[in-house]
Design a protein around this ligand. Structure first.
Ligand SMILES: Nc1ncnc2c1ncn2[C@@H]1O[C@H](COP(=O)(O)OP(=O)(O)O)[C@@H](O)[C@H]1O
Ligand SMILES: [Mg+2]
Length: 387
């Protein structure tokens, strides 16, 4: 069919034509934003799921809701190679600048900007060309202890936001790349602003990892956050994700074709877009058939193998590539680390650093103690296809 009218949207963070199966998560986010805006307590969310399950799309959607509810919003992607403070600084500054133009919030926003100056200097953030334009106030957010100083900054921002009659929503993608202390600092800071009833919300998303928090941060985190799992779509949602966009363009899909796409993609959103996209382009008439999907499958796999899957392999060293192949050779995951070691004929302890490095690169994760699994769905199939 006409590629110009193809409704599907494969691609990281691309808004799907039908955001299927996520009503519960979105409803919870809406309620939390609405409550916090009124100074009421609410559980924030940390969305956890594999790659391509639609976490970034959800964060974007939640950001849109926040804007509708008159929040100032900031969106950051936790960097692999930078510090949280470097990423946060320009966002906090921008939000405060916007608050400072509101008469009722000017003095509190300037107080916060002054604290931010200390914060930037104690954490050695490069301020760049544009200066912040306020004098530093000694003793504010300048202890050098991230947990303490970030909490102070969040409280200052929350107070300025409240005075300006708006909230501040901070969305953080790829939280798995945050260092343990950084995540802990955010959690402690969110706890504090929550206690004070300030209109500040943090919503985060990332790969599922076994809890890396300890102490106070951990006990707060358990109460403060909910951890909705963003997984494969169930059959009904997967059908919605495919059928509605096709019908909205005045086309149709045969039931066997639909079933085949769902089987091939296991209901994973990214793959649904990819298969939908190719099936649409392959189909001659206004109806997608089983045969169309078969052709689409070979095109989709070729494209994934060259792109989505390949770029992830390119980041691994040879020893790491051997490790992931050994995982795939064992069939479907999750895999016991000891079994992978056996497969490689090595001692598990000798493989520890290699395993840790692949986890750090976000390619595999540990769903349970002593186990590993791929963070990319169907990655084991790719590895077996490309041995
Ligand atoms: N609920 C959904 N229904 C259908 N497609 C979706 C859904 N959520 C995401 N997608 C599609 O899946 C792909 C991956 O989404 P993305 O948000 O980048 O995933 P993640 O951030 O989890 O890696 C995109 O092409 C997007 O259009
Ligand atoms: Mg993402």
């Amino acid at each position: 069919m006409d590629p110009y009218t193809n409704p599907f949207s494969p691609g990281a963070g691309s808004r799907p034509p039908q955001l299927a199966g996520r009503l519960g998560i979105l409803e919870d986010a809406k309620i939390a934003l609405g409550r916090v805006a009124q100074g009421k307590s609410a559980q924030s969310q940390i969305l956890l799921g594999l790659r391509g399950t639609g976490k970034t799309v959800l964060l974007n959607e939640i950001e849109r809701y926040a804007e509708e509810k008159n929040y100032l919003t900031s969106f950051i992607e936790a960097p692999e190679d930078k510090t949280l403070t470097e990423m946060l600084y320009p966002q906090m500054r921008q939000a405060l600048r916007k608050m400072s133009v509101v008469e009722s919030a000017r003095s509190l926003a300037n107080k916060a900007l002054s604290g931010l100056r200390n914060f930037a200097s104690v954490f050695k953030v490069k301020i760049g060309e544009v200066d912040i334009g306020v004098e530093p106030t000694p003793g504010v957010a300048d202890s050098g202890n991230l947990e303490f100083d970030l909490t102070e900054m969040f409280v200052l921002i929350g107070e300025a936001a409240k005075a300006s009659g708006r909230g501040w929503a901070l969305l953080i993608d790829e939280v798995q790349y945050l260092k343990k202390e950084e995540l802990a600092a955010i959690i402690v800071a969110v706890h504090r602003v929550g206690q004070k009833g300030l209109p500040l919300v943090v919503v985060a998303a990332g790969l599922p990892q076994i809890a890396k928090l300890s102490g106070d941060a951990k006990s707060y985190a358990e109460r403060l956050f909910s951890y909705p799992a963003v997984g494969a779509l169930n059959k009904e949602a997967a059908e919605d994700a495919l059928v509605n966009p096709i019908q909205n363009e005045g086309a149709e899909i045969d039931p066997e074709a639909l079933e085949e796409i769902i089987a091939r993609t296991s209901g994973y959103p990214f793959f649904i877009q990819e298969w939908g996209h190719h099936s649409w382009n392959v189909a001659e008439g206004r109806r997608i058939s089983f045969q169309d999907v078969e052709i689409a499958t070979s095109r989709a796999l070729a494209r994934l193998d060259e792109g989505f899957f390949r770029v992830r392999m390119d980041r691994l060293t040879n020893a790491e590539i051997d490790y992931v192949h050994a995982m795939a050779a064992l069939g479907r995951g999750p895999y016991k680390s000891t079994d992978v070691a056996k497969q490689l004929e090595k001692a598990p302890s000798a493989l520890g650093p290699c395993r840790a490095s692949i986890i750090k690169k976000g390619m595999i994760y540990s769903p349970n103690y002593g186990e590993v699994e791929f963070t990319v769905p169907l990655f084991d199939d790719f590895l077996r296809r490309n041995r």
